[in-house]
Design a protein around this ligand. Sequence first.
Ligand SMILES: Cc1cc2nc3c(=O)[nH]c(=O)nc-3n(C[C@H](O)[C@H](O)[C@H](O)COP(=O)(O)OP(=O)(O)OC[C@H]3O[C@@H](n4cnc5c(N)ncnc54)[C@H](O)[C@@H]3O)c2cc1C
Length: 494
Amino acid sequence: MMPEMDGQPVIAGAGLAGIMAALSMGRPCILLSSGLLGRDTASSLAQGGIAAAMSAVDSPELHAEDTLIAGAGLCDPDVVRAITLCAPGAIEELLALGVPFDRNAQGDLDLHLEAAHRRARIVHARGDGSGAAIMHTLIAQVLNAPYVTVVECAVLEHVQTQGGKVSGVVVRHDGVSHVLRTNACVIASGGIGGLYEETTSPAPVAGGGLSVAARAGARLIDLEFVQFHPTSLVTKTPGRRPLVSEAVRGSGALLIDETGARFTDELAPRDQVARAIAAHIAAGHETFLDAREAIGKSFPTRFPAIALACHNAGIDPVTMPIPVHPAVHYHMGGIETDLSGRTSIPGLWACGEAACTGLHGANRLASNSLLEAFVMGRAVGRDISGFTVQAPPERLAPALVAYGDYRHILGTYAGILRDAQGLTRGLELLTPHIGHDGSALVGALVCHAALHRQESRGAHYRRDFTRTDANATRYAFTLADVFSDMPSLEKVFS
Ligand SMILES: Cc1cc2nc3c(=O)[nH]c(=O)nc-3n(C[C@H](O)[C@H](O)[C@H](O)COP(=O)(O)OP(=O)(O)OC[C@H]3O[C@@H](n4cnc5c(N)ncnc54)[C@H](O)[C@@H]3O)c2cc1C
């Protein structure tokens, strides 16, 4: 990393949100990719596609209504209306950039129907390879944009503020920490799946940017809302779990246990199915998705990517039940932003899954997250294009932050089924590490927010508070707020 990079906006994370921010800025900027460009992003793995009201029988208003229902009362309605209204234009823009969205025999966009959408509105590419197709097109654009400097194998470690504004960042590149002087930083580091043992996300997508923002004093919101996908493939190797998509259950596959008995309604909403599987596992059972009768021999042609993942795990879905577990799939909460992606700290923007605009509320409607990553990445880029970016005079001392492995703690105590005893235990185990470890800090903040929400709503289920509280509101806080509630935590930092 070169001194001449001082004075440019730094974008941390090169998924869909970060790439759109860089492309939309139209000015010199630095895009940090945690690995090789295009690798280790949730964006490249997205299967279903992007939600947008594109048909004559659909409208952004209906899309907004479905989003609000899924969000279980905690969406920001203005944000929902604004983002769903942008969706058809976003698809047109992606088409103009060259994304090869699939078309039907008439040449119109082929629209899929997904759970909780009342209209077919999922625009997809290359069957279940939507994310990869979108990223392939945008990566080509970003590599051709002369104003974007891509730095691979580089992660944001620290955001420094002076007088409450961003004054510099510390970036770890190839194992060495570098200081960059800038008053503009974008956090586009994705979700927190990598903090859990069972996740559909790549391991580096582990809340890194969220911990940096928390330390810098940014307001965080809705952290307790973690969405679990009910059916990820159980593999013998640790780490990311391949998704066995809802379409398999939609095609009639049954959820059974080791005795062959069914134990839940396969077509219930995603969070209910995830809870039913988690409860059955907690009661000592093994859980499988049985597609033998409903799909049978057509499985490899109808679901080629899933069939391949099954074969890699030694499972033939035509003749064997597929072993499945719930896995963390999406984080609704994150760094609080407005519709320009501005956070509570001047000079710090956030977009994509790391951010929380209020679009998703307590539960994300399927295929709304790529939409949000595109729309908000673009909004951030446009906002920064009108911002005076400078190199503040002070140089920073590189920060020493570790990222330990606390996956077992989070999976056990802040998983699908939660209660005060478990969340308190999780907090106790993580607290000693939060002063120096970014993973422990984010994990502790998720436990803190989940303890604070004494109700069950959307993706957040408390065994000790099973009802929804009609008066409950969104919970936003900074690290300083947590310290004033729990002074014992602050001591760990000092
Ligand atoms: C298997 C799977 C299928 C999905 N299918 C769909 C779908 O069909 N439709 C849909 O709408 N959504 C889907 N989602 C969700 C969607 O893919 C994500 O929400 C979205 O892609 C997030 O984009 P992003 O740019 O915010 O983050 P990402 O694409 O995850 O990119 C973030 C990048 O930032 C990096 N990073 C982390 N920390 C740092 C740091 N400190 N510094 C620098 N970089 C950092 C990460 O390693 C990662 O490379 C799916 C998710 C998964 C996992």
